[in-house]
Write a protein that binds this ligand. Structure first.
Ligand SMILES: Cc1cc2nc3c(=O)[nH]c(=O)nc-3n(C[C@H](O)[C@H](O)[C@H](O)COP(=O)(O)OP(=O)(O)OC[C@H]3O[C@@H](n4cnc5c(N)ncnc54)[C@H](O)[C@@H]3O)c2cc1C
Length: 583
């Protein structure tokens, strides 16, 4: 048994010399792990899963350690280009763009929130010609991936049981979380299963966790298949080229680098790219599939001109400065959590206590009644209630690139106060960015221009959201604890009257972050759409035996978070592949 198998049941690293497989899947993230599992079930085909990162470890399963994981080698550590619209007040005007480089992909680094989106989001995908991707077409796959643990949701027709991914609440729920749900009721909202019939309202956050531990893509989809004879996982294997026959335009294998050596493997049936929204378009372009002029400029031989590769970069963006103070402590700051030995005892004996949560235990969804953005039954913004002001702590603030001076003037005064933070974000922003290559080398990170908050409408929606949150302080529940908006003007925005639209606009552009929901860079749409990269069967236009199956295929943003969308795409994509290779 190799060392990496001692603490987890992750499959061993395959070091056989086999060089031909039925399917070669690139990237062991949310979608890639699903494909490896589903295509190897039945034993008819051999499947090789190539992952650039190494093994998941036990400590990664502790929810509260989430933020720290971003400061490790298990993160690709991408950065965005400097921006005046999102995070203009961050160091260098640059946002971090974390992505998991590990078996399990970004599901090992993420906040574990399970929020699928609204049925209308998927109906919109179908309306542009993606037959079968409407809500009724995707719901069975959302259910298939789930093993619902929350007692009152186990028998809901919207949820699944017995699937690979366990869904549960975090065992820990702060006083803040309870209070927010109560306040929501006082504002006239329902407490509900936002992944069910209706979405508007408040709820405890459903999470990809089990018994207080992270349930990653690898735990759910790879651990159970570690003994399959037809499944092979090669770790620390960086794929740098998809091999495509220029004459027949057929993909037949990939080249990858492992431990300093180069290898070639062949795919008898298909190459499937599941490298995620940043690396999938990067790999296509490095292999000669992408916008012709861009590739020619970088001296990459063009195999197929596909102008849409890397375009349509979707994302959410959140304002970081919405903070409320209270007379009573409702939650704990990171130093309080990390500094109390009792929390480790609680966690390591019973998987309970604050370490069993990432710090977000409640979410709510709002329609913005009375504004131009109101659409009955279709919420337009989400709030996440952070169980402490995580950011009132130098280390966490640094994790968002908040410069020391900004920290000292805006956040430091809160260090000895009781406060909590609300992330508000527009669920369906209009801004769209793009991803391009910096050069023709896989080791050079691509240029990520998110354009988040580039459209005026997205800023207006966020302002409307902030105002809705401020109203929450008028509820009896928050009055009882002295809930108050933190109204120190943000440095750089003092010239505007605090609370005016102009003030909030300034603050949003300065103190915002991308919400790590990059997607859409290999857009799924019929070929008639010039920006389309893959067909509704997820086949790359113009190339045989090559598909992209991960969150990069999303044509439009969903009103949710993307790991479960990734699982759904992996599940549905597996069925589409199987259909084409019926024995
Ligand atoms: C900090 C953070 C918090 C988040 N919080 C949430 C949340 O609470 N809820 C939620 O639903 N979503 C959340 N997300 C987003 C979600 O986790 C991702 O959108 C989702 O995992 C994307 O799935 P994917 O399969 O497309 O890609 P990924 O899961 O990123 O998988 C891609 C895999 O491909 C590998 N790879 C890339 N390039 C290569 C290459 N050249 N060769 C070999 N392997 C390669 C990568 O190492 C990775 O393992 C969060 C993301 C971040 C960064």
């Amino acid at each position: 048994m190799r060392e990496e198998q001692i603490y987890t049941r992750e499959p061993c690293d395959d070091d056989s010399a086999a060089d031909a497989f039925d399917f070669v899947v690139v990237g062991a993230g949310a979608a890639g792990c699903v494909l490896a599992n589903r295509l190897s079930e039945g034993g008819n085909w051999t499947v090789l899963l190539l992952e650039a990162g190494g093994s998941e470890t036990y400590s990664m399963s502790v929810p509260y350690f989430m933020g720290r994981l971003q400061q490790t080698e298990f993160n690709w550590n991408y950065r965005t280009v400097p921006s005046d619209t999102v995070g203009a007040g961050l160091a260098g005007k640059i946002n971090y763009c974390p992505k998991g480089k590990i078996v399990g992909g970004t599901t090992v680094l993420n906040a574990m929130c399970v929020i699928r989106g609204h049925r209308k989001d998927f109906d919109r995908w179908e309306a542009i010609g993606n037959t079968g991707w409407g809500y009724e077409g995707v719901l069975p796959y959302f259910r298939k991936m789930e093993d619902m643990q929350i007692p009152h949701l186990k028998n809901s027709k919207y949820h699944g049981r017995g699937g690979p991914i366990k869904i549960d609440y975090f065992p820990y729920q702060s006083e803040l979380s309870k209070l927010v749900i109560q306040a929501g009721k006082e504002m006239g909202y329902e407490e509900l299963d936002y992944n069910g019939e209706k979405m508007t309202g408040f709820g405890r956050v459903q999470t990809t966790s089990f018994n207080g531990t992270r349930w990653s893509a690898s735990r759910g989809y790879l651990h159970p298949i570690r003994h399959r004879k037809n499944f092979f996982l090669r770790k620390r294997s960086l794929v740098y080229k998809i091999l495509i026959n220029d004459g027949t335009k057929t993909a037949f294998g990939v080249k990858y680098r492992r431990d300093g050596k180069s290898f070639t493997v062949f795919a008898r049936r298909e190459v499937i790219v599941s490298a995620g929204p940043i690396a999938a378009p990067q790999l296509l372009m490095l292999s000669g599939v992408g916008p012709k002029e861009h590739l020619q400029k970088l001296k990459i031989p063009v195999i197929h001109d596909l102008p849409g590769v890397g375009r349509n970069l979707l994302n959410h963006g959140a304002y970081l400065g919405l903070i409320f103070t209270t007379d009573k402590p409702l939650s704990r700051t990171p130093p309080q959590v990390y500094g109390d030995a009792a929390n480790y005892v609680d966690y390591f004996t019973a998987h309970r206590g604050p370490l069993s949560s990432v710090g977000i235990e409640t979410v709510s969804f709002h329609e913005l009644k009375g504004t131009e953005f109101y659409s009955p039954g279709y919420p337009r913004f989400e709030s996440q209630y952070v169980s402490s002001t995580l950011i009132v702590n130098r280390e966490t603030a640094g994790g968002f690139r908040i410069p020391p001076r900004l920290y000292d003037t805006y956040f430091k005064p809160l260090e000895n106060k009781n406060s909590f933070q609300v992330y508000v974000f527009d669920l369906r922003p209009k801004s769209v960015g793009k991803l391009t290559l910096a050069d023709n080398n896989i080791d050079t990170p691509p240029i990520i221009d998110t354009n988040v908050f580039g459209e005026e409408e997205d800023v207006k929606v966020t302002i409307a959201g902030i105002r809705e949150m401020i109203k929450m302080m008028d509820t009896p529940s928050f009055k009882k604890v002295g809930g108050k908006l933190y109204d120190t003007p943000l440095p750089g925005c003092e010239t505007y009257a605090f609370g005016s639209d102009d003030y909030w606009k300034c603050a949003i552009h300065k103190l915002s972050v991308i919400f790590y929901h990059e997607s859409g860079t290999c857009k799924m749409a019929p070929i008639s759409d010039k920006m389309s990269v893959v067909s509704p069967e997820l086949k790359v236009h113009g190339i045989r035996n090559l598909r992209v199956i991960d969150t990069s295929i999303m044509p439009f943003m969903v009103s949710g978070h993307l790991s479960v969308t990734g699982y759904m795409i992996g599940e549905k994509g597996s069925d589409l592949v199987k259909k084409d290779h019926v024995l």
